[in-house]
Design a protein around this ligand. Structure first.
Ligand code: PLP
Length: 860
């Protein structure tokens, strides 16, 4: 019989052990091994049995053992120390507390979070990144208040059928058995948020709080008795269900999420956020809810929009149009219109925010960009790809002026770096992990010490892989008697390559099978063998992805290679930790440029692994020729099979001629000196860059603080500046068709301009109904390409000289000709207001109708 409902009966801890409850309920334990050591001591055998899940440990531990510990002075002393350490961590001033003018609080919204293995609320990179974002924020004292959904079944766990087909299981999670606390009103009743649905329905949710170090993470849970069955199931699964289901989830996350924050701040006295950060489009409805709040407080829609834009940061993660989150327009119309409309927020205005080229679609990414004054991609290359992808929102602007920047992802070192290496760093290079300086110190660590740690990590991976492989074969129906060979699977002395990630087609799980004979000979090489550890989940609806997994599994099942290549089911954070630590080489072969950033290679690098990757995402930016290997990309090759073949051949060549050679090149003392030189160079060159703390500092300095300042400015004096700015935007937008560049003339250079000369420039601009102060007139100048296009132009603002009675204004300035070669210039006018974050803020621009001012002289 199956239970219809499950819950966890929590242990009542003896008073002496109360601090243990505190430690378990702050997820900081997940990156603080001293705390997990203490948990292990509670009952070492049970700790292993429960898979290092402290809530499960406390749920299962024998009360007699607790009584024993309550009388154990040594344990109590250690417990008190750990509790003190946590309290100190929670309250001591950190980096953020030294910043002037920083935001009082920042709300962070994400559809998934990868915090720790026992809280499986993530499917892949997006969630892991969000988890690392919160942990690094906590370490730096950044006052983030995070919001997400609590999925009753999380994401699926993966196993394999005897035929190697992916099977999915959705474990029933019980919030009471997770490190979560229900948010309650003062009178003890659970806090509820409500979101109205069409047809007089209401979606209710309760709020669970996960404490991630200093950062509270609010998780909305629709599985409450007030809801009808359909509404209860809104938070059943991560990325399951159809479009309707997705809309309900995104409504709850965005609209419900803002309401959850308001409730949390009311109940706990937490500071209200000044900045709202949307991690990918899924939470975009949060901007609508904030507009609703402000319009109900008597701002007009346009004024509210300005306030919201100023304080919103939007991060896009998708480099392909097909990956963008969109809804049918009529679904949005039904949700936000008719009997469910918000009186102060016209549905037409909402539809306009998500309007895209296809009139039937409502585009969450486009809405994200219209609701946020600051937008970023997640690597430099992805920033470029995003500017190209969304350039139509800013017509007339050059690509490099499309206001989408980039902040390259990072990873949380204490979560991903193996303990021995963290301890070595702590001993030899104090506070390396928190600061971005001092990494050169790695060079002083002895080769033997680093190799020792690398070997320990590889050993540990081999052990874990055998255990997982055995469990997988049992689940596939094998008996122990048939599984003796697993004792010899993988060799702790052999060069180990790792490949683990989700399995969308662009990541090309099976590229390594492109020439199976060649792969086989690399694996079975008598002198320089390699072994490969593979893991990854395909989305449950992705049959193609499951086929790829089956192909890999079928290959790894073959008796002649199965000791050298394994597929380990159920890729999760725990397996990722073993792999990024234990693999010597981290392989990534996406179809460039479809990997927005990628982070697993960063985790590997921080552990002294070497990346072997297509130059995509973060690797395009930070590969320096000697900190790993770049698989040559066949970017221009149109035939996908041919491209795969070429890139796979490049991969095999690299492994055979560079990677394996170097790994097996040993000095008299057995150390691979040339390998370790590369490991040290990897740590020195990549270490400071790939840290999530570096990423957080970038977000704080480049986005959060400017957004907080802008939001404060607009909100001051009963939103005086917001009202003025909104009125200005309306006036300028209306008058803009009257603005023209009428005339441009130059002097100061003759027929044969020479470098060092000054180009004197005068422009006449018809301003129509605008004032000179409304407009910025600039000359754009620099090198020109074959079609007179300006390449990476410089901009110089021209000075306003005078205005004629008929509204023509005259501008002038001097452009220094400081470089030889083909040179060109043009003049443009854009709206100007000090509150605008970029010249492209209004998406308005005029340039001369003819490229009249262009000279294409060649400078000598
Ligand atoms: C780091 C990580 C990812 C993301 O890896 P990518 O390199 O971005 O594909 C996905 N899943 C898990 C479990 C991870 O730890």
């Amino acid at each position: 019989m199956r239970a219809i409902r499950r819950f966890t009966v929590r242990t009542v801890l003896p008073a002496e052990l109360a601090a243990l409850g505190e430690l378990v309920h702050n997820l900081r334990w997940s990156w603080h091994p001293e705390t997990t050591d203490l948990f292990a001591e509670v009952d070492p055998r049970l700790w292993e049995q429960v898979g290092h899940d402290p809530v499960a440990l406390l749920g299962a531990v024998d009360p007699r053992r607790l009584a024993e510990l309550a009388a154990d002075r040594r344990f109590l002393r250690r417990l008190a120390d750990a509790a003190d350490d946590l309290r100190d961590y929670m309250s001591s001033p950190k980096w953020y507390q030294t910043l002037p003018d920083a935001a009082r609080a920042i709300a962070y919204f994400s559809p998934e979070y990868g915090i720790a293995a026992p809280l499986p609320q993530y499917s892949g990179g997006l969630g892991i990144l969000a988890g690392d974002h919160l942990k690094a924020a906590s370490d730096l004292g950044v006052p983030i208040l995070a919001v997400g959904l609590l999925y009753r079944h999380g994401y699926f766990t993966q196993s394999l059928s005897p035929e190697g087909w992916q099977l999915e299981h959705y474990p029933s999670l019980d919030a009471g058995g997770l490190p979560l606390a229900l948010l309650k009103e003062d009178d003890g009743t659970p806090v509820k948020v409500r979101v109205g649905l069409p047809g007089d329905r209401v979606l209710h949710a309760q709020l669970w709080v996960a404490q991630v170090g200093r950062v509270p993470l609010l998780l909305l849970d629709s599985d409450v008795a007030d809801n009808d069955t359909a509404a209860r199931d809104v938070t059943d699964r991560l990325y399951g269900g159809g479009t309707d289901h997705r809309l309900m989830q995104e409504l709850l996350l965005g609209v419900g999420g803002v309401r959850a924050i308001r409730a949390y701040c009311r109940v706990t006295g937490h500071a209200e956020p000044e900045v709202f950060h949307t991690n990918e489009g899924h939470a975009g409805f949060l901007g609508l809810e904030r507009i609703r709040e402000l319009t109900e407080a008597r701002l007009s829609f346009d004024e509210a929009l300005e306030v919201v834009r100023a304080g919103t940061v939007f991060t896009t993660h998708t480099p392909v149009p097909a990956g963008i989150d969109r809804f049918p327009v009529d679904m949005i119309e039904r949700q936000f219109g008719g009997d469910n409309a918000w009186p102060t927020v016209p549905v037409e205005r909402i539809l306009a925010l998500g309007a895209e080229a296809d009139p039937g679609r409502f585009n969450m990414a486009v809405m994200g960009m219209r609701l946020a004054q600051r937008v970023n991609g997640v690597s430099e290359l992805h920033g470029e790809v995003s500017r190209e992808m969304f350039k139509d929102l800013w017509p007339g602007f050059d690509l490099d002026e499309v206001p989408i920047g980039s902040i390259t992802n990072g990873v949380h070192a204490p979560t991903w770096v193996g303990r021995e290496l963290m301890e070595l760093a702590g001993r030899e290079l104090p506070s390396l992990i928190e600061r971005a300086r001092g990494w050169e110190g790695i060079q002083k660590v002895s080769d033997a010490d680093i190799w020792d740690i690398r070997r320990t990590f590889r050993h540990r991976l081999v052990e874990a892989a055998r255990a997982r492989l055995r469990a997988s074969w049992r689940a596939r129906g094998a008996s122990d008697a048939e599984l003796g060979w697993i004792d010899d699977v993988l060799d702790p002395g052999v060069l180990t390559i790792g490949f683990a990630r989700r399995v969308p087609s662009y990541k090309r799980l099976t590229l390594m099978l492109s020439d199976a004979d060649r792969l086989r000979s690399l694996l079975l090489d008598a002198d320089k063998p390699v072994q490969i550890v593979i893991a990854g989940k395909a989305h449950p609806a992705d049959e193609g992805g499951k086929k790829l997994i089956q192909q890999i599994v079928t290959f790894t099942d073959q008796a002649d290679v199965r000791h050298r290549i394994v597929f380990l089911p159920d890729y999760d954070m725990a397996l990722a930790q073993f792999m990024v630590q234990g693999c010597d080489v981290w392989l990534n072969n996406p179809l460039r440029p479809l990997e927005a950033s990628g982070t697993s290679g960063m985790k590997s690098a921080l552990n002294g692994g070497l990346n072997l990757s297509i130059r995509d995402g973060w690797w395009d930016e930070w590969y320096d020729g000697t900190n790993g290997w770049a698989i040559p990309t066949a970017d221009g090759v149109v035939d996908p099979d041919r491209r795969d073949e070429l890139e796979a051949a490049g991969l095999y060549d690299l492994i055979e001629h560079e990677v394996a050679d170097r790994f097996y090149d040993r000095a008299a003392d057995g150390l691979p000196r040339r390998w370790l030189e590369m490991v040290k160079h990897t740590l020195t060159s990549l270490g400071p860059k790939v840290l999530a703390t570096r990423m957080l500092r970038d977000y704080v300095v480049d986005l959060y603080t400017p957004a907080a300042k802008a939001a404060r400015l607009l909100s001051a004096d009963s939103y005086a500046a917001a009202k003025a700015f909104a009125a200005w935007r309306l006036r300028v937008t209306k008058a803009w068709p009257g603005v023209r560049v009428e005339h441009v003339e130059t002097s100061g250079v003759g027929d044969a301009p020479e470098v060092g000369a000054d180009l004197e420039l005068r422009a006449t601009i018809a301003l129509g109904d605008l004032e000179p102060g409304d407009v910025l007139v600039q000359v754009a100048y620099g090198r020109v390409g074959p079609h007179d296009e300006l390449l990476c132009p410089g901009y110089l603002t021209l000075a306003a000289d005078d205005v004629d009675d008929d509204g023509r204004a005259h501008y002038s300035g001097t452009v220094p000709l400081d470089r030889t070669g083909a040179f060109g210039y043009t003049v443009r006018a854009v709206p100007f207001h000090e509150i605008a974050a970029s010249p492209a803020e209004l998406g308005l621009i005029v340039v001369p109708e003819e490229p009249a001012g262009m000279t294409n002289g060649t400078l000598r």
